[in-house]
Design a protein. Structure first.
Lengths: 405, 405
């Protein structure tokens, strides 16, 4: 049949991913957000400490600010008696100096008064009638957080391209930043296609099914740093697909959650061929062979397989690394566990096999039913990837399961 | 000193966590959201399939719908010739029956027409002049996804309390749900306290430092399912703390990111004692000893240590499990790696030690400086918890590092 073009050459998963990652660029647009909205986002500026943190020598303990040398030799049996000249409660500071033989009562966090070079902890003291009995010797600097101990003025404490964690947000706060410059999220247009595809919430007509792929793709992409736009369903015609490509070229990435028939897929191939170039079409992986990747005016375009399971598993394999590179997020560190197969599985497709599994009693059971069945992925705890040359995996063989969370 | 009450009895980390988790309840309030906003949230209803999915027998391949028995014995050398009676493009359906010796060309996803019980893949056919040469025998059901294969009408496909993943959102879409009922996020009030604490973005006065803890706590809590309200800084006085407790009792949880001095901490203890009850005050962990947990009118209240590192590490240890239980999220599966210590570390505090580490060349190096130093956590890749009775950990000893992401 003239309108059904077979796959010309299937490429390996590694080669496909390499070509994709060579073709996409990290987003360059930046925005400024309040620091409380910045966790998980990517810094677009180096953060240099403009002041020392802490900004002054702070008492690290409740106790008495002293001259350390006044305590030398002090012990439980042989206390030193110092004269109490002032009291500093939390948040207070004072210009009164600590002179020889003197001390100032101080709360944790207070600016250590001039003249003092150590703090004796409350536990090792006794206060009475304006005098303090010190029962422990301290060295200079004891129980003081010196100015700049945490961050020194001029120090580059955070670097552009770092992902902000709760602790790094804390660094921004400690430096007094109210807002921070971060990279914007890459914008992704998700375009469901297919004459038989219908929006959830509407009434199915004869022969129709609900759109699944644009929702699963939106969820996966959003979790990995994308700003997602879901397009309404686009019918399977050359002109509709072409105008969808043109309309969404203002996005950083366009993902077609494609039709499932060869004819539908080929329409998108033709559109990409006419308006840009096809980088590859067809990958040696099951499910998910009919994945298309191309570039139109430099913008990356994916045609995902139409079957829900194929579409979603290929999203984990190809779209997640892609969007993370674009969003400047580091590759996911997969959370993997070793498990024994609870049941054998016959692959033998001549392609790599993405096999979703459920872990029961520490064993991995395949839950893959058919490419169309979204429940198989919904019930899975993770997946294994079986190599191309593996036809059968036996019960009790050890596998590495990549967990979904 | 009369206003500085020592810790009465330190309890273990396990005991502290047990008491907390026994005291907090999962949130019961629900809300309805569009399914595209539901990933990561917790289902508040069982989802029962109201229709079969797929809703009809679908062609799983492009090819020809046939009566399987018409193909028995067919082979490359010995094809069977069937009469083409109709053509079904994607999304089309037809009432025309497939009779004996007949076939209908069909695209993937189309409703298999009446009379047909199998689909022969395009690859094994040749079409000419209204006839189709079939070169492969197929069994009944071949290349058909039968109605209800993925989900059967009446089947409970998702259960209340499941966390929605991208695949589960796909299940909702496949069933035609436009919106879904989920549990609301528990509301948490974070109250920074301390006379010396100043909001980032403002000008520090003598003796002041910027508020760090409410920002790190907000980030950690938000990442773990909380809806966070950050209060302005509350001064350290009994009345201010008490009125903050009263004001935020309409929240599910109140977290004071407390003052660092004993006096300040004790004020909150007194407020909780007067308005409710203290469950514990003081944990055998370093840093983070001065953690307070109590209940006021049944509402859980935390007093976190004032030092940024202590506050944040205790947030990982205590607040994360707490808020996840309240949000009905499963406990985090920690992503751990084994590593050898790159450098020895002397603990010997008589408490468990939370030690933040950086992984360099596969070895774990302690980055903990002092409790006040937020940069130590910002630079860490993860942490190890050293047991109470361990005084020293030697270089090259193997440890389990819990990664921060």
């Amino acid at each position: 049949m003239s309108d059904m073009v077979p796959f010309k050459l299937l490429i390996s998963r590694e080669e496909a991913l390499k070509r994709i990652l060579n073709s996409v660029k990290p987003v360059r647009r930046v925005e400024t957000v309040p620091i409380e909205k910045s966790s998980g986002r990517v810094l677009a500026e180096d953060i240099v400490a403009q002041e020392d943190v802490p900004p002054f020598d702070r008492a690290a303990m409740d106790g008495y600010a002293v001259k350390a040398e006044d305590t030398y030799g002090a012990s439980q049996q042989n206390p030193r008696i110092l004269r109490l000249v002032a009291v500093l409660h939390a948040g207070e500071s004072i210009n009164t100096s600590v002179g020889k033989g003197e001390c100032i009562r101080i709360a944790t966090g207070c600016h250590v008064p001039p003249g003092a070079d150590a703090v004796v902890m409350m536990e090792f003291t006794e206060e009475m009638k304006g005098n303090v009995s010190v029962k422990d010797a301290v060295h200079p600097g004891a129980n003081i957080s010196p100015r700049g101990e945490d961050m020194k003025k001029g120090e580059a404490v955070l670097k552009k391209n770092e992902v902000l964690t709760p602790a790094k947000v804390g660094v921004l706060a400690a430096l007094g930043h109210k807002a921070v410059s971060i990279f914007k999220k890459p914008c992704v247009a998700i375009v469901p296609t297919g004459t038989e595809i219908c929006e959830p919430g509407s009434q199915l007509k004869e022969g129709q099914i609900f759109d699944v792929n644009s929702y699963t793709l939106a969820a996966v992409l959003s979790e990995n740093g994308a700003q997602v736009t879901r397009s309404p369903v686009v019918p399977d015609s050359f002109d509709s697909l072409k105008s969808a490509v043109v309309r969404f070229l203002d996005h950083d990435l366009i993902v077609f959650s494609g039709g499932s028939s060869v004819g539908e897929r080929d329409l998108l191939v033709k559109v990409v061929e006419e308006t840009g170039k096809v980088v590859f079409h067809g990958v040696q992986i099951k499910p998910g062979k009919p994945t298309l990747f191309g570039l139109v005016k430099g913008k990356p375009i994916f045609g995902m397989p139409g079957y829900p399971t194929s579409c979603l598993s290929n999203a984990y394999i190809f779209l997640v690394p892609t969007i993370r590179k674009m969003a400047r997020l580091p590759p996911i560190k997969p959370n993997t566990v070793k498990a024994k197969m609870g049941k054998g599985f016959v692959s033998g497709s001549g392609r790599e096999q993405f096999l979703s599994v459920k872990l029961i009693g520490g064993k991995a059971y395949p839950v893959f039913k058919k490419s169309g069945d979204i429940t198989s992925l919904a019930q899975a705890d993770g997946y294994i990837i079986l190599p191309i040359n593996l036809d059968v995996i036996e019960e009790d063989e050890e596998v590495t399961v990549t967990l979904f969370e």
